[in-house]
Write a protein that binds this ligand. Structure first.
Ligand code: ADP
Ligand code: MG
Length: 383
């Protein structure tokens, strides 16, 4: 299930402030490899102190975009500004940026402390300062006591934290993280997500993090961008993108959505009616209609916003109501997912929280059920 990083009331939201200076500005950036457009005309502003997530499937251009920010690749078109400065001519080591790679790339023959100290030694800092900074950093990532271990003597989670300490110890203003939790198993991953958010908040460093895991992006990000084939499909807070997807692609990429086709039959200031072109039903939405009467649209409804109950004798589909037969019930422990077959061959997914401690459900396979939802749950998508 989804849990968005819902900002507490009063949390800073600089992206809503027209006066706020973005810390990172990506302006019309394109990168090609031969015929492949890895990053396609991306424009994006990121603000100081954000934990910004780039979310997308494999090959969508996430790593390429990070590598351009770090300075390992040059854009073919467009500009990148960091703290107001165009960084086109600035080499990677001179940028206020550090990048934590997908494969942590720890030095196997060095101890934990030596791995973390490496960058500072290269800078030629005095021994005492290096020792103090490494100590403080190992404390921050909870590795105190493991200074003398080598990477092969650590668990996956500990190695991840060494890599993080090594990236942070140089005090970058911007940390780029490429799938930082990819090597961890599920439970360690969840725990580390919280830790990472915590460390980011305590250091105040701006994080740009790449992930292909939508739950991770939802729970961690201040804002996220859904990336697809090199372009940004949508940018917003996790809750905005989840609740107000602007395209079918985003609705289906983030979470689960039932998507139907229809034609707008009524478009008022307070909502729209969409007649299904697939079966006998009407969708009612109470948010502003994005298209005029007669337009072909998609309608998305999330499974957790729908309710399922046994259908009354002779009950038929209507406005925000579908009737069908239960084909499948999946038990997830915390919720049930029902798959309901509609008469025309389509099906719809409905989830219900598991509120009672029951081993027998009132609804079972083959039952005729009605599925309904409120107008607020109907999202009309232009494409
Ligand atoms: P992601 O990190 O989202 O999985 P990448 O940025 O690694 O995606 O890759 C985006 C696209 O660019 C892919 O099609 C990939 O094959 C291609 N690509 C990335 N790096 C190179 C490279 N050095 N040479 C050629 N093609 C590349
Ligand atoms: Mg990648």
């Amino acid at each position: 299930m989804q849990t968005a990083n819902v900002a507490p009331p009063g949390a800073p939201e600089p992206w809503r402030d027209p006066e706020a200076e973005p810390y990172v500005r990506i302006i019309g950036v394109t990168k090609r490899y031969g015929a492949t457009v890895a990053v396609d005309d991306v424009s994006l502003d990121i603000y100081r102190g954000e934990l910004f997530c780039l979310l997308g499937g494999s090959g969508s251009g996430k790593t390429t975009l990070l590598r351009m920010l770090a300075g390992f690749e040059r854009p073919d078109q467009g500009r990148i500004l960091i703290d107001g400065q165009d960084v086109a001519a600035v080499p990677p080591y001179a940028r206020p940026v550090n990048m934590m790679f997908q494969s942590y790339a720890l030095f196997p023959h060095m101890t934990v402390a030596q791995n973390v100290a490496f960058g500072l030694r290269m800078e030629g800092l005095p021994r005492a300062e290096i020792a103090a900074r490494v100590g403080a950093m190992l404390d921050l990532v909870r590795l105190t006591g493991l200074e003398r271990r080598r990477p092969h003597e650590l668990s996956g989670g500990q190695r991840q934290r060494v890599a993080l300490a090594r990236s942070l110890v140089k005090r970058p203003k911007l940390l780029l993280l490429d799938e930082p939790l990819g090597a961890l198993d599920k439970s360690l991953r969840e725990q580390t997500q919280f830790e990472l958010v915590n460390i980011q908040e305590r250091t105040g460093i701006t994080f740009i993090m790449v992930t292909h895991d939508q739950e991770e992006a939802m729970t961690m990000a201040t804002r996220l961008a859904v990336m697809h084939h090199g372009y940004l499909a949508q940018v917003g807070t996790p809750a905005e993108v989840y609740e107000y997807p602007q395209t079918r692609l985003v609705a289906e990429f983030l979470g689960t959505a039932n998507v139907f086709e229809g034609i707008v039959t009524k478009a008022g200031a307070t909502g729209a009616l969409v007649e299904s072109t697939e079966f006998d039903a009407v969708f009612e939405s109470d948010t502003d209609p994005p298209k005029p009467v007669g337009a072909r649209v998609f309608v998305a409804v999330r499974p957790e916003k729908m309710r399922v109950r046994k259908a009354a004798e002779g009950e038929r589909a209507g406005t925000n109501r579908l009737v069908g037969a239960v084909r499948d019930i999946a038990y997830y422990g915390d919720f049930f997912m029902f798959v309901v077959d509609l008469p025309d061959g389509r099906s719809v997914r409905v989830s219900q929280p598991n509120l009672a401690r029951v081993t027998e459900l009132p609804i079972t396979w083959g039952d005729r059920v009605a599925v309904d939802w409120p107008p607020l749950a109907t999202v009309v998508l232009p494409e």
